[in-house]
Structures are given as structure tokens and as C-alpha cells.
Design a binder for this molecule. Structure first.
Ligand SMILES: C[S@@+](CC[C@H](N)C(=O)[O-])C[C@H]1O[C@@H](n2cnc3c(N)ncnc32)[C@H](O)[C@@H]1O
Length: 279
């Protein structure tokens, strides 16, 4: 297992890759990533560029399970996987986070916690169900889940000198109810992470110098925050437009002066078939 020392761990990192999540994961060395944070397409017909986001539910879960299996191989022992998913939609009330947790545990991931990301969006609500009547009222999901897993063991070995979280931050972040508004600056993407959410996760779950991955990386929020916080990064997305936006953004992120994380190299890894066609 590579030591999380702050050294550049491998020339395969510090890249933005346009490609299929599973294909690219399968090119990475085993036991090389310390923290993966991702938000996959939610399968709710979000108009991403080049991806329909509309699979049958079982096909969707089967596809993602193959991605999680590939991820498991590349995580170091003690490495973390943080999965952001929406709660039941009022369309079908299916608790998809239960399905995903089951699949990840089947693959050997250890579940450590779930964080409630309270998005503070109730001002914009539109669906009430049966207004002011118990006949069929709706609870509107004003939150999302942030599910956290580990590979093999709970502890992530690392150099105590590579810790950058303050005592105050540790106290705040270890309360699992996180009130963070959605990202306002969208950079042409329909569903980007807010940087504040990723900053917390990166500081709480990794050391400086670690490798942080997002295999559905969109416009590169995880990679940009990782570089700014002195971590190596890899961001994968199937869209050319989002990958270009990510490269520009990560290139502008300024790393700490004593952790000169390189600017991204941009690559394309061609797939035989598109991600969700492959199971
Ligand atoms: C919820 S968005 C992620 C947004 C990202 N967290 C951000 O901050 O910009 C999901 C992303 O998955 C990408 N995607 C869809 N299918 C993919 C695949 N097979 N491999 C890699 N990326 C894929 C979409 O293009 C979309 O950008």
C-alpha cells in the first residue's frame, strides 16, 4: 500500500479524464486511491450532456454495482468511499440509498456512517401532494444522503504531520447534520457539488498528499478542492464539455505553497461502449 506522504504517488494521477467511469477505473493501479467522493447520475432524467439518465431501476443499480466493484480494487486498505445520493423521489418513493448501501456492503465495503446534507431549499418547493389534507400529503426531500464506506478496515494510516483539519472544524464536521446550500455557480452543469461540502469531506477523511478521486466528476468540483487542499486528484467524466470545464477550473485552483500539486493533464480514454450499456 502506498504511504500517504505527500509525494506524487504515481504519474497516473493529477489528470482530468474524459471516459467511462468503469473503463478508466480499470486502468488504474490497485490500492492507489485514499478517498473517492462521487455523485452518480441519479437516474431522474437530468439533462446531462451526452447521457440520458433514464435507465430501468434494476439496470441502473446493476451498472453502478460494476462501477463500485472496480472502485473497490483501486482504493487503498482503509480508503474511503463517499457516495452522495438523493432520498426517495416523490415520483416512485423508492429508497435508492438502501439499494446502493446493500450493493456496496455485498461487495465488501464497510459502511461507516450517513451524513444528512440539508440543502436549505424549502423556499423553492412546488409539490405539496394533497394540500392541507391528510389524504395524500408529500414530504419534500430538502436533504440528500452522503453515505460513507471504508475498504477493509476503518483506519486510514497516514502521517500526523499531514493532518490539516482544525479542532473547531473537527467538532463541527463530526456532527452529521450538514446545512450547506446548493452550488450557485453551475459552470454549465445541471448538478454540481457545492465546494463547501467537498472541503469538509476532504479534510475530515483524508491527509494532505493523499489521492482523491471522483469517477463521475462533472465540472471537477472534487478535483479542484482536492488540489486547493494539497491532495492529488483524478476526475473522470464521460462528457467532453464537462471535462474541459473541469480542466480549466482545476488548473485555476491554487495549491498550498508547501504542497505543489500539479495542474491537470487532460486525457481521453475511449470506451468500447458507453458506461451504462456495459454490465
Ligand atoms: C451528478 S453529476 C456529477 C457532478 C459533479 N459532482 C460536479 O460537481 O460537477 C454526474 C456526472 O456523471 C457523468 N456520467 C454519466 N455517465 C457516465 C459514465 N458512464 N462515466 C463517467 N461519467 C458519467 C455525467 O456527465 C455527469 O456529469
Amino acid at each position: 500500500m502506498p504511504e500517504p506522504t505527500g509525494e506524487t504517488p504515481s504519474p497516473v494521477f493529477d489528470r482530468i479524464i474524459r471516459g467511462d467511469a468503469r473503463d478508466v477505473l480499470d486502468t488504474l493501479p490497485a490500492d492507489s486511491v485514499h478517498l473517492a467522493i462521487t455523485s452518480p447520475p441519479y437516474n431522474v432524467r437530468i439533462p446531462y450532456r451526452g447521457y440520458a439518465d433514464d435507465l430501468a431501476p434494476e439496470e441502473y443499480l446493476r451498472w453502478l454495482k460494476t462501477v463500485w466493484a472496480s472502485l473497490h480494487r483501486v482504493l487503498v486498505v482503509g480508503g474511503r468511499f463517499v457516495l452522495n445520493v438523493a432520498p426517495t423521489s416523490i415520483k416512485d418513493f423508492r429508497p435508492i440509498h438502501h439499494d446502493l448501501s446493500r450493493d456496496l456492503r455485498d461487495l465488501g465495503f464497510i459502511m461507516r456512517t450517513e451524513i444528512i446534507w440539508y440543502k436549505q431549499t424549502m423556499g423553492r418547493r412546488t409539490a405539496w401532494g394533497s394540500w392541507r389534507s391528510p389524504s395524500n400529503p408529500h414530504i419534500v426531500p430538502s436533504w440528500e444522503y452522503v453515505l460513507v464506506f471504508s475498504k477493509g478496515q476503518w483506519k486510514l494510516p497516514g502521517d500526523p504531520k499531514a493532518v490539516d483539519i482544525t479542532a473547531r472544524e473537527f467538532e463541527r464536521f463530526s456532527d452529521g447534520f450538514w446545512a450547506i446550500p446548493p452550488e450557485r455557480q453551475r459552470r454549465g452543469h445541471p448538478a454540481p457539488f457545492p465546494e463547501a461540502l467537498i472541503e469538509r469531506l476532504v479534510k475530515f477523511y483524508s491527509y494532505r498528499g493523499n489521492v482523491v478521486l471522483d469517477m463521475f466528476g462533472g465540472t471537477g468540483t472534487v478535483a479542484a478542492v482536492a488540489r486547493r487542499l494539497g491532495r492529488h486528484y483524478l476526475s473522470i467524466d464521460s462528457s467532453t464539455e464537462y471535462s474541459h470545464a473541469a480542466a480549466e477550473r482545476v488548473g485555476r485552483a491554487v495549491p498550498p505553497s508547501d504542497a505543489p500539486i500539479p495542474a491537470p493533464r487532460v486525457e481521453v480514454i475511449a470506451s468500447a461502449t458507453s458506461g451504462s450499456d456495459r454490465s
